[in-house]
Write a protein that binds this ligand. Structure first.
Ligand code: NDP
Ligand code: MG
Length: 378
């Protein structure tokens, strides 16, 4: 089996390569990319004999020493050349919106795609899945909640009325609102159940990650606004529940570990890995569930307003968030400002710009330009 992985040096990449080390199988990694971690990508290319390497940072790409016939693709715009007919699975694990353009090449590839990146589908919107369908690209969500819904649909083969995705609540779900104002990046980066990249970890602390996942679920499974629900579940054992019309539900349970969704992806057409993990119910009680306090986590109310506005609004929220998370990490704005300034900027955006129902990539880029100049940060 031949695999191409975009974003090989990140947290998803780490889990993927640890699976390959552990299960010693016939998987051949034919291409892998990074932004600037050339040390790590070099090590990976040597360990897994990867012949095609993509490096986004041009200066660093020049410094990459080419060893025995490895081809180096420089800059993210050249990464699409890594996609060819000979690939079985593409893992799309670059973080954030920098890979928006590339996401469309991935979705047009006609291959099986393990979709970790959630930002791109949220910004591209409805057409993401229709382009995938047109090109016979099979999208397998890797986000644990969405992977669970995907599995549940496969297992039950039943029509359902709605889905519930769980949120760990991040590090502050028990904290008083008054304390959240002075949270530092270091505190926000210490997630209780998941070990992930910086951007998604901050999103988990504000619950913006769950807000983004509500939109992600809507597009992946073609659901209406009132068909996606969310609840805080600090143990992160139940990842998603699908709710049937007879009042019953089916939930998917597992340890919070990205190995499971990635193994599900690798096994999608033929079982090649038998996971050594077995879930032991007796070790994990009690399981707790809490209604989300939207005063503390306004992202969850905000996202439903954004979905109601529709059109380019999810992208505006998504792009604002990316900028604001970076500013928070640099200690330029406070923790609560991330969602507050996002809401204010979105309001201003729609005062000064018309909505676009089915935005093209060009529309998204011109919205970005407006946001870069007009984002509210104080
Ligand atoms: P990381 O920050 O750990 O890794 C990001 C990867 O993308 C790295 O390989 C990084 O390269 C690369 N990258 C970043 N910016 C660019 C760029 N401009 N051009 C090219 N490559 C770039 O993120 P995660 O692995 O945690 O997450 C990846 C995606 O998966 C995110 O969209 C996230 O929301 C989603 N996801 C992650 C989960 C997790 O458990 N980690 C769970 C569910 C979803 P470099 O190392 O050189 O910086
Ligand atoms: Mg998730």
């Amino acid at each position: 089996m031949k695999i191409l992985i975009f974003g090989a040096t990140g947290s998803i990449g780490n889990t993927f390569f640890s699976i390959l080390r552990k299960y010693k199988n016939n998987i051949n990694v034919v291409g892998a990319t990074c932004d600037k971690n050339i040390k790590k990508i070099k090590k990976l290319s040597e360990e897994f004999n990867i012949k095609n390497i993509g490096i986004n940072n041009l200066k660093l790409a020049k410094r990459y020493e080419i060893s025995n016939n490895t081809k180096v693709f420089k800059g993210i715009n050249s990464f699409k050349k890594l996609i060819n007919k000979d690939i079985d699975i593409i893992i799309f694990a670059i973080s954030g919106l920098s890979a928006l353009d590339l996401s469309m090449d991935v979705v047009k590839s006609g291959h099986t795609v393990g979709l970790a990146n959630k930002e791109c589908i949220i910004s591209v919107g409805k057409s993401f899945m229709s382009v995938a369908r047109k090109n016979k690209t099979k999208i397998v969500p890797l986000d644990s909640e969405h992977n669970s819904i995907y599995q549940l649909i496969k297992f039950t083969k039943l029509d359902f009325q709605s889905v519930t995705i769980t949120a760990s609540g991040g590090p502050f779900h028990k904290e008083d609102l008054s304390k959240l104002k002075n949270i530092s990046p270091k505190e926000a980066l210490s997630h209780p159940t998941w070990k992930m990249g910086k951007k998604i970890t901050i999103d988990s602390a504000t619950l913006m990650n769950k807000a983004l996942e509500i939109i992600e679920a809507k597009y992946l499974f073609d659901l209406d606004l009132d068909q996606v629900k969310t609840v805080i579940h600090p143990e992160s054992i139940i990842h998603a529940t699908i709710n049937f019309s007879n009042g019953s539900s089916a939930s998917l349970m597992s340890e919070p570990n990205m190995e499971i969704p990635i193994i599900n992806l690798l096994n999608v057409s033929k079982k090649i890995i038998k996971s050594e993990k077995t879930y032991d119910l007796s070790k994990k009680s009690p399981l707790n569930f809490f209604k989300i306090d939207v005063k503390k986590f306004p992202a969850i109310k905000f996202v439903y307003d954004v979905i109601k506005i529709g059109g380019i609004a999810p992208h505006v929220m998504n792009y604002n968030n990316e900028i604001l998370v970076n500013l928070f990490l640099k200690e330029k704005i406070g923790f609560l400002d991330i969602v507050k300034f996002n809401e204010l900027t979105l309001k201003k955006y729609f005062k000064e710009n018309d909505n676009i129902q089915n935005p093209t990539l060009e529309d998204l880029i011109s919205a970005n330009k407006w946001i870069d100049l007009n984002i509210i940060i104080s």
